[in-house]
Write a protein that binds this ligand. Structure first.
Ligand code: NOJ
Length: 764
């Protein structure tokens, strides 16, 4: 692959398309960069310029693609201006000669990618205006004819090439991705309308080395629901138990959907509820297409989904593609079939090293501690091959170079999509593909086990993983509605994470750099800036998240000291335990900042109650494999998974009628129970409800951020639309600017903002 294209995979801004408009035939505007880009050739090495200019009747648009690093940098620099990226007006100009144009509806439907776009009569020009980005391909003849022919037969959102051309040995194709509902019948006279879901420009470059690659025009931010959604994570085993066994279940979710509707969330994501021996709380799946009896039945899932949809709440399913349970039929078949069998090739089995094969195939360590390899006993009763498990021994890794594995996951995706799921949160989305040859790797001592700060890890972030998501992206696009893929990819920076959400891959990725940011104004400003540059640069929304089932709850984490960073859980013997009041105050302020940011936000069940991490769980109650695999050295994640308190006065605080609870709940949680907070205007629950309602009312998810200066180094201050946000992360109160207080994370009196407090203001 060429150096420039390598760079795309390595973190350089991945999309490099520049669009330039003609004002009319013979009246082209050429800016300096464009001139710089012109004149290159499509050849291996050096600067590659692809240029396509309409020679047809309209003379509309020139599209340039340049993968040279110099131009990449210029493009990246220009995109480091999030407000411009997210605030461009929709443009629609008179067609100076072509015989088609965007529909009138489109003009008023600014920022809406669901608008109708007229495609041309045969031989005419075509153009799609899409949030100030324009692609027009004035191709005559074959390709347009092909489009028309295909429009007649295409169903279910197949991609449609609507323009193509060749120049300098490079082939170009513009592709319109449509969805099933977006394909009304062709109109008379050869015109057709489709709902424009996404515009994608790809180029295949044929060089002397026959290098083929594609670059994508990031789709301009559109109106898909997930771009601005607040998504609430349900950890089913700890949400609500209706069966009385002390483990939450799907009917428990259904029973509380009204509470979630009242809270004001747009979607729920459910951690795994599929058949599983529960060695890793369901992230060890034995049957991807069935519900574990612990959680109910498929009928319970269908009922829950229907009830959620009836409340306008979408449902995202957790998919675990990196590994299965060792109880999965495939793994059992692999054990029985023996070395060299096709069954073993679905997983990563290898011979050991050493004279007797007694040394693991390489030195990799499991994320949960201990070696990442386990040796099996073969049919002859002797120790034999080893299999790879990046997590627990009960979680063997699939071999994603095997097409059978890929096909099986397509089947699984379809299974849940056909049932109506609105998308998937993809577990360990950076881990599926391992480096060729499985080379040894020793992480640095301070490495984050999921790859947080490391680079070049042979089992994280390998380039080949992106093909899997491109494939899934196309699969989801076949379905009606905006189905979503959300990546759980622990990567060190937003720039790296953005590689998972390029316009032909996933749609969202958890913003773990944001989650991992300590409570400090400079750090927060920096990560917000980086996020609002990196994600929009590839056409994706930034996401924001502060808690989930794998990290210390932010009501505790934000009060941790440097001597006890958030890494591997906190417990009775941890140094520097958080002070609860400080943690809660900061958590409320942090959420108040987060929910004012443009993009999509994730909430983790219980944070709306201000639940802290449970620090003093008894050792014999702990269940996280991390605890066992490190001999108790790491406390792991049980402290953030304790079942929710619903009612102050009932057994198990209303979590389970029998009073059973798979992890013990602290007695002081009575005061945090939902019913105790519901009528209290100063409660955390009330704050969350107000935040979500005002976020929606002011359309902050679809807004843009403008930093405000003059408040001092310890203050975060920005404007998003009509809302001004000020947060004091310092140690002294600060003066508030003029404005009416719309909401506040804590008490505010006398025109000054207390420490660890955030407010939303509107103009007085
Ligand atoms: C990430 C999940 O969030 C975590 O809970 C799980 O243990 C690992 N992936 C392994 O599936």
């Amino acid at each position: 692959m060429q150096p420039g294209l390598d760079a795309l995979e390595d973190g350089a801004p991945p999309e490099v398309l520049e669009l330039h408009e003609d004002r009319g035939p013979g009246d082209r505007r050429i800016d300096r960069d464009e001139q710089l880009m012109r004149g290159g050739e499509c050849a291996a090495g050096g600067e590659h310029v692809v240029e396509e200019e309409d020679a047809g009747s309209g003379g509309e648009v020139v599209v340039h693609l340049d993968d040279s690093l110099a131009v990449l940098q210029r493009v990246a620099d220009r995109r480091r201006r999030p407000r411009q990226l997210s605030g461009l007006p929709h443009r629609h100009e008179a067609d100076p000669g072509g015989d088609r144009r965007c529909s009138g509806e489109e003009e008023t439907a600014s920022f809406d990618p669901g608008h109708d776009v007229e495609l041309p009569r045969e031989g005419g020009d075509q153009r799609i205006d899409h949030r100030a980005q324009r692609v027009g391909v004035g191709e005559e003849g074959r390709d347009v004819a092909e489009l028309h022919a295909r429009l007649g037969v295409v169903r279910h959102g197949a991609d449609q090439r609507f323009g193509a051309g060749e120049s300098g040995g490079c082939r170009h194709a513009a592709t319109l991705l449509a969805t099933p509902t977006a394909l009304p019948p062709a109109l008379g006279g050869g015109n057709a309308k489709v709902g424009c879901k996404r515009l994608q420009y790809s180029v295949a470059m044929t060089t002397p080395d026959t290098v083929t690659s594609s670059a994508l025009l990031a789709d301009a931010p559109g109106s898909e629901w997930w771009r601005t959604a607040v998504i609430y994570q349900i950890y089913p085993r700890s949400f609500a138990d209706t069966s009385g066994d002390g483990i939450g279940d799907l009917p428990g979710v259904t029973a509380h959907l009204d509470d979630l509707a009242e809270l004001g969330v747009d979607a729920i994501w459910l951690s795994p509820f599929m058949r599983s021996p529960q060695k890793d709380a369901g992230y060890d799946v034995a049957d991807y297409c069935d519900v574990d009896p612990l959680f109910g039945t498929l009928a319970d899932f269908d009922e829950m989904l229907e009830a959620a949809h009836a409340r306008d709440i979408r449902v995202i399913v957790d998919l675990v593609p990196n590994h299965s349970s060792d109880q999965h039929t495939w793994f059992q078949q692999a054990l029985a079939a023996g070395p060299g069998s096709v069954e073993r090739q679905r997983y990563i089995f290898r011979e050991g090293r050493g004279l007797e094969g007694e040394v693991p195939p390489n030195n990799w360590e499991s994320v949960f501690g201990g070696p990442a390899w386990t040796r099996v006993i073969e049919a002859d009763g002797r120790p034999g091959q080893w299999y790879l498990h990046l997590f627990d021994t009960s979680q063997p890794d699939f071999d994603w170079s095997n097409e059978e594995v890929r096909e099986e996951f397509r089947r699984i995706l379809r299974f849940w999509l056909d049932r109506g799921a609105d998308g998937f949160r993809v577990d360990v989305a950076h881990g599926l593909v391992k480096a060729e040859g499985l080379p040894d790797y020793t992480p640095p001592a301070d490495a984050d086990s999921m790859g947080g700060a490391e680079a070049d890890v042979p089992y994280w972030g390998q380039a080949g993983v992106h093909d899997v998501y491109r494939d899934w992206n196309r699969l989801l696009a076949e379905y009606e509605g905006d189905r979503v893929l959300a990546a759980e990819a622990w990567l060190p920076t937003a720039d790296k994470t953005a590689l998972w959400v390029r316009s032909d891959e996933m749609h969202q990725a958890f913003n773990f750099p944001y989650l991992q940011t300590p409570w400090g104004a400079d750090e927060l400003r920096e990560v917000i800036d980086e996020s609002l540059r990196a994600f929009p640069a590839v056409g994706a929304p930034s996401t924001w998240v502060l808690s989930n089932h794998d990290v210390v709850r932010h009501a505790s984490r934000l009060a941790l000291t440097a001597e006890n960073p958030q890494g591997h859980g906190i417990g009775p013997k941890s140094a520097g335990k958080p002070i609860p009041d400080v943690g809660l105050r900061r958590a409320r302020a942090a959420t108040t900042v987060m929910l004012a940011l443009p993009g999509s936000a994730y909430l983790y069940q219980g944070e709306e109650l201000g639940l802290p991490e449970v620090v003093d769980l008894p050792d014999d109650a702990r269940q996280d494999p991390t605890w066992f695999r490190t001999g108790g050295e790491r406390y792991g994640r049980d402290g953030c998974r304790v079942p929710l308190p619903w009612t102050a006065d009932d057994p198990a605080f209303g979590f389970s009628q029998t009073g059973a609870s798979w992890l013990p709940q602290p007695a002081e949680w009575a005061a945090l129970a939902r019913d105790a907070q519901r009528g209290d205007g100063s409660s955390t629950l009330s704050l969350y409800r107000t935040l979500l309602a005002e976020r929606r009312a002011h359309a902050l998810g679809a807004g843009s951020l403008e930093w405000l200066d003059g408040f001092g180094d310890d203050v975060i201050a920005f404007r998003n639309g009509g809302v001004t946000v000020v947060a004091n992360l310092g140690s002294e109160p600060v003066a508030l600017p003029a404005g009416d207080i719309l909401l506040a994370s804590g008490p505010v009196e006398g025109g000054s903002l207390p420490v660890d407090t955030a407010v939303w203001l509107t103009e007085a």
